[in-house]
Design a binder for this molecule. Structure first.
Ligand SMILES: Cc1cc2nc3c(=O)[nH]c(=O)nc-3n(C[C@H](O)[C@H](O)[C@H](O)COP(=O)(O)OP(=O)(O)OC[C@H]3O[C@@H](n4cnc5c(N)ncnc54)[C@H](O)[C@@H]3O)c2cc1C
Ligand SMILES: NC(=O)c1ccc[n+]([C@@H]2O[C@H](COP(=O)([O-])OP(=O)(O)OC[C@H]3O[C@@H](n4cnc5c(N)ncnc54)[C@H](OP(=O)(O)O)[C@@H]3O)[C@@H](O)[C@H]2O)c1
Length: 492
């Protein structure tokens, strides 16, 4: 039988769960050929599921069905989840009161390690740093999902015009939430305090700015169609010349559909709705001039550099022209990168250094028994389906190392020749399979570390509270969850 395997996973998002579920199902508990296996998952947030809980837009409830699979994974007796545990040297200011566990504690206690830490930092624009008039999209997403970092609510009752920079799906998520009536949103997983702010919103127009053209827009057609069909908002028609593809260019299906949708325009006639939105192509932010007084009605002036597409590189190149867009609030939605404090972060890639699922050292050699998956390994691109496919491949790679003779080893990347592996072994070869780092033992005793059973108690209570309000769920913050868990643990 292969030697025992004790795998620590840092991160409790979809990638982490998909790797865990794949490994546990391919190495059945009762199979005498399976190595003794433990999978311990750590997340700095007290609740599991990463961006599925703290990212996916509330009006897309079906996307969250993947959590049923994650729940099933968590019932495997070899699996444990520890929430509210920040691993490594990441500054803790963003997650108040998370327990800190140095990476060395993980290295000393585990034989294998997977980084599934995602890309948790928003990409900022150098020309328009964060200010009262410019915030990253992530702080709005964290606000409406009640993320433990607790960003302040946006002053939506003091603004009329909001500009999103970036034309990806996160931009469209935010635009949709701001342009949808709270009476529609209230059936979903939107906290009451968020609905309250949305119901006082005076936002009338959302501009969505992209540095390239409609054919290069990062949003997908499903999300564009939802914008076009918004019942209470209309799209400002787009200059037809911008929607005429250059002759001789073969369009992809997605590009064809995007052009068709944009040419058709929104379901509501322009000007017929209380709210509106517009797409601005070939515009890149150059500067933001703040108003001289901080009166609520004063707008900032966003200077936009006009651009065109370099036909060779497909990059946006400034034409030299500029224009000004008065706006109450700029929201930058330019994608995400991994936390630079994470071990093995590569500044050039802006995510962790890895190859075919294996963490690599700076000289490119694979580190023994260390892996990376999901956005941590590949950068902030792709949806849950692609995250799952990547996670299954990484599980295959891990499997090829821990049970090379297993029949399940079919999709794995071939193990690198031994000579390519970095010689130093950072992990523990023979850890006690059921022992936990002492900090975690104390954290569980003090009630500061959550486990999956605790989460299921909160999950059921959130759904119950939501049901009483006629909605999908009503979320709890950490303080409330902490007391509720303590009470439920105290019950006989
Ligand atoms: C706003 C937003 C909306 C999205 N909506 C959709 C959608 O509708 N449909 C869709 O298919 N895809 C959507 N996606 C994409 C999808 O969420 C990602 O493909 C997926 O979440 C990536 O999974 P992951 O596990 O790699 O990262 P994440 O989901 O980010 O999980 C990483 C986890 O690691 C934890 N972590 C990080 N560092 C540490 C540390 N040091 N110690 C402990 N824990 C740590 C984080 O707290 C987090 O929980 C969306 C993405 C965003 C940003
Ligand atoms: N409903 C869904 O399925 C859903 C919802 C949310 C997120 N997601 C997925 O999550 C991933 C991340 O989404 P995202 O919207 O954050 O990122 P994204 O898809 O990468 O879009 C980022 C946008 O920002 C622009 N941008 C980046 N840097 C810029 C700069 N310096 N100046 C001007 N513009 C800049 C990009 O333009 P360029 O193209 O010119 O670089 C692009 O328009 C995507 O794969 C997305 O599909 C999916």
């Amino acid at each position: 039988m292969p030697p025992p395997v004790k795998l620590a996973i840092i991160g409790g998002g979809p990638s982490a769960f998909y790797v865990a579920s794949r490994l546990l199902s391919l190495l059945p508990l009762k199979d005498p050929m399976s190595p003794p296996l433990r999978v311990h998952m750590y997340d700095r947030l007290w609740a599991p599921h990463g961006l599925v809980r703290y990212g996916v837009a509330p009006d897309h409830p079906e996307v969250k069905n993947c959590t049923n699979k994650f729940d099933a994974t968590a019932t495997d007796p070899r699996f444990r989840f520890f929430g509210n545990v920040n691993i490594g040297s990441t500054p803790l200011h963003s997650i108040p009161r998370a327990l800190h566990l140095p990476l060395t504690s993980i290295l000393n206690n585990y034989s294998h390690l997977l980084f599934a830490t995602g890309c948790t930092m928003p990409t900022l624009h150098p020309a328009i740093p964060p200010s009262v008039y410019c915030i990253p999209a992530l702080s709005l997403v964290h606000w409406y999902t009640q993320h433990p970092s607790q960003p302040p609510p946006p002053a939506l009752d003091k603004i009329t015009h909001l500009t999103l920079i970036g034309q990806g799906n996160v931009s469209l998520d935010i635009a949709r939430i701001l342009l949808t009536s709270p009476s529609v949103l209230r059936q979903y997983d939107v906290p009451e305090h968020v609905l309250e702010v949305l119901s006082r919103s005076t936002v009338k127009h959302v501009s969505i700015v992209g540095r390239r053209g409609p054919l290069e827009a990062a949003f997908t057609t499903k999300e564009l169609r939802e914008m076009i069909n918004l019942p209470e908002a209309s799209m400002v028609p787009i200059e037809p010349t911008l929607l005429t593809p250059p002759s001789g260019v073969a369009l992809t299906r997605q590009q064809r559909r995007t052009l068709e949708l944009l040419q058709k325009g929104s379901k509501n006639r322009p000007g017929s709705t209380p709210k509106s939105w517009s797409l601005h192509f070939y515009r890149s932010p150059a500067s933001l001039t703040l108003p001289s007084s901080a009166s609520a009605l004063d707008m900032a002036n966003l200077t936009l550099a006009h651009t065109h597409l370099d036909p060779a590189t497909h990059r946006a190149v400034p034409t030299g022209e500029t224009s000004t867009l008065p706006t109450s609030l700029v929201v930058t939605s330019l994608g995400f990168h991994a936390d630079p404090e994470t071990t093995f972060f590569d500044p050039a890639l802006r995510h962790l250094r890895s190859s075919a699922g294996r963490i690599t050292s700076s000289d490119g050699s694979a580190l023994k028994n260390m892996y990376a998956s999901g956005w941590a390994a590949n950068g902030a691109k792709g949806v849950l389906a692609s995250t799952m496919i990547d996670a299954y491949a990484v599980a295959g790679t891990i499997l090829s190392d821990i049970a090379p003779s297993s029949e399940a080893v079919t999709t794995a990347a071939p193990p690198p020749p031994e000579t390519e592996m970095a010689p130093d072994e950072l992990l523990n070869r023979r850890p006690d399979l059921d022992a936990l780092p002492s900090e975690i033992v104390h954290g569980i005793k003090d009630g500061m570390v959550t486990q999956y059973d605790d989460w299921k108690v909160i999950d059921a209570e959130e759904v119950r509270r939501g049901g009483a309000l006629g909605k999908e769920r009503e979320r709890m913050g950490w303080d409330e969850a902490l007391s509720f868990i303590a009470l439920s643990r105290a019950r006989p």
